[in-house]
Design a protein around this ligand. Sequence first.
Ligand code: SF4
Ligand code: SF4
Ligand code: SF4
Ligand code: FES
Length: 950
Amino acid sequence: MASLKEKDFGTPARESDKMVTLLIDGVEVTVPEGTSIMAAAAKIDRQIPKLCATDSVEPWGSCRMCLVEIDGVKGTPSSCTTPVRDGLSVHTQTERLERIRRGVMELYISDHPLDCLTCAANGDCELQDVAGQVGLRDVRYGFDGERHFGDKAVAKDVSNPYFSYDPAKCIVCSRCVRACEEVQGTFALTIQGRGFDSRVSAGIGSDDFFGSDCVSCGACVQACPTATLTEKSVEQHGTPTRAVSTTCAYCGVGCSFRAELQGDQVVRMVPEKTGGANEGHSCVKGRFAWGYATHKDRITTPMVREKTTDPWRKVDWDEAINFAADRFKKIQEKYGQNAIGGITSSRCTNEEVYVVQKMIRAAFRNNNVDTCARVCHSPTGYGLKNTFGTSAGTQNFKSVEKSDVILVIGANPTDAHPVFGSRMKKRLRQGAKLIVADPRRIELVETPHIKASHHLQLRPGTNVALMNALSHVVVTEGLVNEAFVAERCDPVEFDRWRTFVAEERNSPEAMADKIGVDPQEIRKAARLFATGGNAAIYYGLGVTEHSQGSTMVMCLANLAMATGNIGREGVGVNPLRGQNNVQGSCDMGSFPHELPGYRHVSDDAVRGSFEDDWGVSLSSDPGFRIPNMFAAAVDGTFKGMFVQGEDIAQSDPNTHHVTAALEALECLVVQDLFLNETAAFAHVFLPGTSFLEKDGTFTNAERRINRVRPVMEERNGLSEWEAVCRLAQAMGYDMTYNAPSEIMDEIARLTPAFAGVSFDRLDREGSLQWPVNDKAPNGTPTMHVDGFVRGKGRFMITEYVPTDERTNRSFPLILTTGRILSQYNVGAQTRRTENSRWHDQDVLEIHPFDAEERGIADGDMVSIQSRMGAVTLPVMISERMPQGVVYTTFHHPVSGANVITTEFSDWATNCPEYKVTAVQVARSNQPSDWQKQHGEMRRTHYLRTVEAAE
Ligand code: SF4
Ligand code: SF4
Ligand code: SF4
Ligand code: FES
């Protein structure tokens, strides 16, 4: 269990090679140069009273509570703003200081309501603590004069669903304003007015939090020393009494949190300062959107049914598992060993994923296992493995603090990876340069105090052309880092590549028409990237979800190698992985051609080591990928599927095809929290556990293995890994563990990159970045430091091939899809929280010109028709879109964004081309045929099943 409160050092930690030694109250302390006296004192547990200082933000020196006396120095300097110096002798407690502090506190309290006993922060209020600490016994000024509380109070702002703002309790310390600026980088708050009239304001116009620019990250709530900004859950339940450290289960940033509870009731989730990925920050999802874990829609009893049109029948675990095993066995007898398979989930822990792939290989006796990475970052694995030798990003998140030039391509970090987005923004405010390559004008292009040097607003589907053009400039203008290439890369492959990209047809000018970007702009961006210092690439699904996704990842690796931006802090090729454990699910062997640790199933030695350990012979043939499974299901040769925590019916492309495949199955087993879209086609439903009930590990985008600890009892009575082990047993393969730590021990035993990982060690050390083994006993924050994992870095030829998905007169626009901050992927979790207040439906964004041409007004319903299908959505006219490109999200099942996406996919990995679909958009006043059918199905099928389940 974690301590309820993390220590507050008062001012941010400083890094310096020079150490300074001083005396504080006679005790010697040594700290890095630049550290404040306050933080130095905290280090030796001398907590100097403070109100306006906290270690998440720079000191401000306004409250005058933290004064100290220093030998030989006149007056009483504030310890938060005074840096340490060698040889100082500081006194934190003297009679004079006591008098001053008490006087200041008296003034504060004279304008503060005395309702401590009924205040939500009672027991968790710094003002209360410090009043006690300084021994305040009396307030001589009375409470009758000018004041901000009682009948003079400004109304409490309760507009935000998760926290409230009660100005009556504000001490105007500005910690909230500074947190919003420095930590989050949103600049939503200001101090309005002067002197006694000054108060915190969330907006000039609306002046309430919900209507302001606030993104509800909670940094201000975290920083507020009083109950002015308070979580509504604390108001409701009271202050927490215990805490458990765990990891956010949304995006691939992998923020560490302390779940703070009363008994089994989660009161709030507080970002952990010691969290390697987030260092005390969070976003609205991890911080506040955890209510789905106890939502009434959760199914906690196993269920079965003969046919998908039957109502569900609640059964016990044994019956559900035997039902599934019998059907799977019968299918294999009738249609052969390869007629069943499964999908692992990137939402689940490494241990849960590992047992599913093991069940498929050892109990199903084939390699028909795949994972959602197929539809997101499979090209990352392929591209980076071929060029560098490892299927993972090269840096940790902290590395961005050393970057001088940042290229963000096909990623929207402020929405999809918000905590990393904030970290990146901080570096950009410090002066790092930014290049954004994205068809949309994402927030980073221009946001308070940040303006991209270049926004390369390319046409969707032309990524490779753009990258080749950038590389052309590097090669032909003499910007190659020759020393790096000579030392670290394969010379023959490099020469081939250099000759290829230098060809005139790859120049920005030759490619300009295709890419749709001014060639001069491309040239300038290339020069900046190659000469601006440490240059780092951050990319997302805008890179991978294309027919040339793998080619594009290799383009990025080529550019990084050619400019020498690999192998140290501040540089690198960094995939911003989408799901919390997508890195982990790939590491754990969720691909049909790879055993855990990215080793091919045909490698006899590797397979032999698994066979010895598992006591079973394994197939050396790669199994089916998800699209192959669907195709074989439609053909009638694939009949059974185990789906762990994925909603493929909503998230995979070409919905008509996916649902036809699912309908053709004779046994679909879904393990999930909710009866999702996929469960509508299931015969067996195995209730899953939420992240608050799981015991295991997640691996984030920086290869960081974080612990996930059970915060509350399992609501379904059986861990997911136990249910899977029992299914494997019922299929005839003995798979047993006593605890998830044993699963990790097995992973460590069989996977060289994880050799040094164990739960004990993670519990002791917090987190570890793989590889962790004899060569890297403490883990690996930066990859490829002295050489590439594969030996010499390999340049790959990256010919631009236009996608087969072309616009024409019937389908003149390009649709591209993405995420927004408040919702998460298929929305199964976030739609069941107050986050829907920000986004209760998906909308289509369209450029004003394209709208006008079609007679479309803002808010109209429009039909979006592709070659695959049509859906109807409300429209938002937006200058963020370039002409000819429309954009939507896919967070709501009824929107059916994937009804229109095509079956085109990456040539190497089959990752679908979500980002490019040719469409036509027209006004419409009714749902599409698919939406009508889907609505009907919800009524007859989903609702009936849900009723039956309750
Ligand atoms: S919640 Fe976050 S974005 Fe909103 S005002 Fe507070 S710090 Fe700023
Ligand atoms: S709202 Fe809280 S953090 Fe902000 S100025 Fe008031 S007391 Fe300080
Ligand atoms: S940034 Fe990602 S990991 Fe962090 S709190 Fe938000 S959703 Fe969770
Ligand atoms: S804590 Fe130092 S002046 Fe407020």
